[in-house]
Design a protein around this ligand. Sequence first.
Ligand SMILES: NC(=O)c1ccc[n+]([C@@H]2O[C@H](COP(=O)([O-])OP(=O)(O)OC[C@H]3O[C@@H](n4cnc5c(N)ncnc54)[C@H](O)[C@@H]3O)[C@@H](O)[C@H]2O)c1
Length: 249
Amino acid sequence: MKILEHKVALVTGAGSGIGLAVALAYAKEGAKVMISDINESAGQEAVNQIEAAGGTAAFFKADSALPEDNEALVQATVAQFGRLDIACNNAGIGGEAALSGDYSLDGWKKVIDINFNGVFYGCKYQLLAMEKNGGGAIVNMASIHGMVAAPMSPAYTSSKHAVVGLTRNIGAEYGAKNIRCNAVGPGYIDTPLLAKLSPDHIQALISKHPMGRLGKAEEVAELVVFLSSEKSSFMTGGYYLIDGGYTAV
Ligand SMILES: NC(=O)c1ccc[n+]([C@@H]2O[C@H](COP(=O)([O-])OP(=O)(O)OC[C@H]3O[C@@H](n4cnc5c(N)ncnc54)[C@H](O)[C@@H]3O)[C@@H](O)[C@H]2O)c1
C-alpha cells in the first residue's frame, strides 16, 4: 500500500534538488503533486518525469516571495486536484556571502523574502485550505542553520531559525485542528545549490560531517515523506535534523 494514496500535495522549488526529490517521492507514494517553481522549464520537466513513471502531476509557476503567488498556488492546486492535504515549503536560496556588518540590505531582504516570508505566506494559505479538509500536513525546509551558524551567511541562518520558530508556532496553534507542521534540518546536500562553491569549499564542508560525505536529496525526501504521512501522526511542531552528524560535534 502506497502511504500517500489519495492525497494531494504541493511542493515549492520542486524544479531542482531537494524539492524535485520530494515531488518524485510523493508521487511514487501515490500522491497527486502540484509542482511549483519560478523556473518554468525545470518545473515542467519534473511533471514529465512523474508522468513518465505513471504518476499524476501538474505545474504552477509561483514566486515564493510573493503572497499573491502563494495564494494562487493553493487555489490552483484545489482547482486541479480538488483539495490540499500536504505541502512542502521548500523553495530557498543561499544568498550572498559576507560578514554581517558588510551584508547588503538588498541581499538581506531577498533571502528573508524567499526563505522565510515565503514559507509564512505558503503556510498561511495552505492552512486555510487544509482546515476545510479537517486536517493536513506541512513540512517546511529549514537547514542545520536553523540551529547552528553559517558564518558569512547571516541572512540564511536567520531565515532558517525563523522557519523553525514559525513551524513550532503553527504546530502549537493547529494541533487540535488535526493539521501537523514540522521542519526538516538537512546538513549539506549534493544539489545545484552548492554548484557555485569551489572544490576546496566543498571538501571543507564534507569534513564537517562525521559521515564524511554530503547528503543526497533522496535521503532528505525520505524524511519529508514520513513527516507528510500518517506514519508520523503524533509528530507536530518539531524540527528534525538529517545531517550526517554535522550538529553532533
Ligand atoms: N543543498 C543543501 O545543502 C541544503 C541544505 C539544507 C537546506 N537546504 C534547503 O533546501 C531547499 C532546497 O535547496 P536545494 O539545495 O534543493 O536548492 P536548488 O537550488 O537545487 O533548488 C531550489 C529550487 O527553488 C527554486 N526557487 C528559487 N527561488 C524561488 C522563488 N522565489 N520561488 C519559487 N521557487 C524558487 C529554484 O528555481 C530551484 O528550482 C532550500 O530551502 C535550501 O535552503 C539545502
